[in-house]
Design a protein around this ligand. Structure first.
Ligand code: C5P
Ligand code: MG
Length: 288
C-alpha cells in the first residue's frame, strides 16, 4: 500500500492493524485528520554525521548567552539524560527526576537574564537541524489545511524560531510548549504557566481543551514522537476515531525496541528522515 513501510528502518508489531487504521483514515478523508507531533528528536534530527544535534534547551545551553560558570552547571545536568532513556526504570520512578531536571535547568537559564532580542541569532548560529523532508511535511499539511500541533517539553520561543527560520511556521501550526516570560526590558525572568516535561503531556493536553474543541471535526490523528511520554499528546482529542502512532527510536535501540513496538504502531529505527511520515501523509491526502 505504502512502499516506504518496507524501508529497513521500519518495524511494526502488527502491520495488518496499521493497514486497517490507514484505510479507515483514508475513507474518512483528510479533512477529518489532525497531526500532533513532538519537536525535539522527532521533527529535529537526533544526529548528523555522527554528532548529536541539539534540543531546544541545548541550543541555549551551548550559546554565548550563557556564562562559562553556568555552562558548567548546565553540563552537570546532562546526567539526567541517561535516566530519561533508561528502559529499566518505570515512568513513576523517572517522573520526579525529570521534574527536577527541567526545574534546575530553567532556574539556571533564568539566572542568565537571557535577552529576547538575541534568541533569533542564537538559533541562527546553532546546529539545530530539522529532519530531512521537513519542508514537504509542513508545506503539504498547510496546503491541505491539516492542523499541525507541535507539542514540546522544549522551549517554545526557541522552537518557533527554528521553524520560522526554516520558513515553515505556517498558519496551520499551533505550539504547546514552555514559553519564556520576559520583563519590560526584554530579559528572561521566568517561564510561563505550568511546566511541560517529558511525562506530563497528558496534563498539558487536558489544559488546552479549547484547541481540541476547535478541532472536534477531526477525530483522526497522526501522532509523531520519540519518547514514550509522547504517547499521551493526543489525550485531549474529542471522540477520537483512529490514531496512528509513529515513534522514532533514536538511541539505546536494542534495549528499548520492544517497549516501543508495544506502544507505537510504527517504529522507525535510527531513521533521521521524515520519509515514512511523509509517505503516510501523502497517502492520506490522495497523493496530491
Ligand atoms: O520537544 P520535546 O518534548 O522532545 O523536548 C524534550 C526534550 O528536551 C527531552 O527529550 C530532553 O532530552 C530534552 N531536554 C534537554 N535539556 C533539559 C531538559 C530537557 O535537552 N534541560
Ligand atoms: Mg522529543
Amino acid at each position: 500500500m505504502i512502499p516506504e513501510l518496507s524501508n529497513p528502518s521500519v518495524c511494526m508489531r502488527d502491520p495488518q492493524r496499521v493497514q486497517e487504521i490507514l484505510q479507515s483514515m483514508v475513507k474518512a478523508g483528510s479533512n477529518t485528520v489532525q497531526v500532533i507531533s513532538d519537536f525535539d528528536m522527532t521533527l529535529t534530527r537526533f544526529a548528523y554525521n555522527g554528532k548529536r544535534c541539539p534540543t531546544c534547551h541545548n541550543i541555549l545551553d551551548n550559546s554565548n548567552l550563557i556564562s562559562n560558570d553556568c555552562k558548567i552547571e548546565l553540563k552537570e545536568l546532562l546526567t539526567y539524560y541517561p535516566i530519561e532513556i533508561d528502559s529499566s526504570r518505570s515512568i513513576e520512578e523517572k517522573l520526579p527526576l525529570m521534574v527536577e531536571w527541567w526545574t534546575k535547568a530553567h532556574e539556571l537559564l533564568v539566572q542568565q537574564k537571557i535577552r529576547k532580542d538575541l534568541l533569533a541569532m542564537v538559533v541562527q548560529e546553532s546546529d539545530a537541524m530539522l529532519r530531512e523532508g521537513y519542508k514537504l511535511l509542513f508545506d503539504h499539511l498547510y496546503e491541505h489545511s491539516i492542523p499541525l500541533l507541535i507539542f514540546s517539553a522544549g522551549i517554545g520561543d526557541i522552537l518557533e524560531e527554528v521553524i520560522r527560520q526554516a520558513g515553515v511556521f505556517h498558519p496551520n501550526v499551533k505550539v504547546f510548549s514552555n514559553y519564556m516570560d520576559f520583563d519590560e526590558s526584554g530579559e528572561l525572568r521566568a517561564f510561563k504557566g505550568e511546566l511541560i516535561h517529558i511525562y506530563n503531556k497528558r496534563e498539558g493536553a487536558l489544559l488546552n481543551t479549547g484547541h481540541f474543541q476547535e478541532l472536534r471535526t477531526r477525530p483522526n490523528v497522526l501522532l509523531l514522537g520519540d519518547s514514550l511520554g509522547d504517547l499521551t499528546m493526543a489525550d485531549g482529542v474529542h471522540d477520537m476515531e483512529n490514531i496512528l502512532k509513529i515513534g522514532f527510536l533514536n538511541d539505546k535501540v536494542e534495549e528499548r525496541k520492544q517497549s516501543y513496538l508495544d506502544s507505537y504502531d510504527i517504529v522507525l529505527l535510527k531513521d533521521e528522515t521524515l520519509e515514512v511520515p511523509n509517505a503516510i501523509m501523502l497517502y492520506l491526502t490522495g497523493n496530491n
